[in-house]
Design a protein around this ligand. Sequence first.
Ligand code: BJ8
Length: 426
Amino acid sequence: MSDYNQMWSELGLDLEAHDVLLSVLGDAYQNIFMTQKNRPEGMKYFDFVMGEVHGLRIKELIDAKVQGRKVIGSYCVFVPEELILAVDSISVGLCAGAEFNFEGAEQVLPRNICALIKSAFGFKLGRVCPYIEACDLVVGENTCDGKKKAYEVLSSYIKDLYIIDLPQTKSNTGKMLLKGEYLKFIAKLEEISGKKITYENFKKAIDIVNAKRKAVLRLAELRKATPVPISGLDSLLINQIFFYDDPVRFTNSVNALCDELEERIKKGEGVFPEGTVRVIISGCPMAVPNWKVPYIVETSGTAIVGEESCVGERGTRWLTETKNSTTVEDLLENITDRYFKIDCAIFTPNPSRLDHIKEMFEKYYAKGIIHYNLQFCQPYIIESGPVEADLENNNIPTLRLETDYSQEDINQLKTRIEAFIERIKG
Ligand code: BJ8
């Protein structure tokens, strides 16, 4: 990656700290992903993307900027990629999943804030994230209290930070608020890109994102097979890369992988022996390189067959309708309909999330649910109590975990996960 030093330096990265980050990331990747047995050939593309996540992909962003395109970063699946693509800009995810420069983050944020927020600040303040430094606009959103208030602090460090307000209830008023916010966001995007949203470019953007979501949903469907043709770790990785890669290239690569997985299924080939216990992970999103819990689960002889998460099906399961639409207004209405269905725990009440967990449990032939909470994430921790009670009442074994990005609790997590697996093995 040393060829990129000049590019990183021009972006203002702290090269020394960045080298440390890349080396830790590279080692973790080798140990976690490359030691898996019998991985599909199609994963080579995603290994390459990860190998170049701070290199070639950033170069592509810089080259696009030279051509006049804008790079827009965001932290939440409520920020529609379709709107960004419609003004010929590039959408990148900025959530971070590593314990890096938490000391720096804790100088401006309370210690007891979730690791996802702390990590995003650690990356920004430590100047190790080329994505945020390449952004022309960073978009925050009023979701949980932690993010909402942290963006106020972040605005001192980011030249152009735009906030989308989000509803907290699934009511008509909530939906109108969301639509109004998307309308304002369109105005902001048009201003920054100098391009107008038309029916044609909007529809084309929706088609691109629908195709991308269809591809990951196709991958999800294939995980129903026994033996499961791809590991949960690799599937999570693909769902993480979803937020960084060129959307069309990503879609083609996921579809090529799915073709291969279909062949594997026909031949009865899988990554775990037949009869391996299957679980669903549900809860807080896992941003790159947060692979701790899936790694423990899958190295304990269990297959993860689905993620009820924003880096997973919660973020991808709905497509945007385009049939019978003829105007920008129609498409905006359909985009609002699509995003309003996302069942994040910031909504109150939020019953459809529980329904979705149960649906996934059945659909993927799981034996249990692992509810993953990040410490201090109030929406998901609070929701996890009633979720667990309801699932257990319906004879769905559930394990509630609460953790952060440190490695200190690995043994304790392993013990609890192994005990849970013993329970659900029956
Ligand atoms: S739509 S889940 S991506 S807000 S883990 S920062 S909730 S304290 S990430 Fe999210 Fe959008 Fe919802 Fe999805 Fe707050 Fe919890 Fe931290 Fe979280």
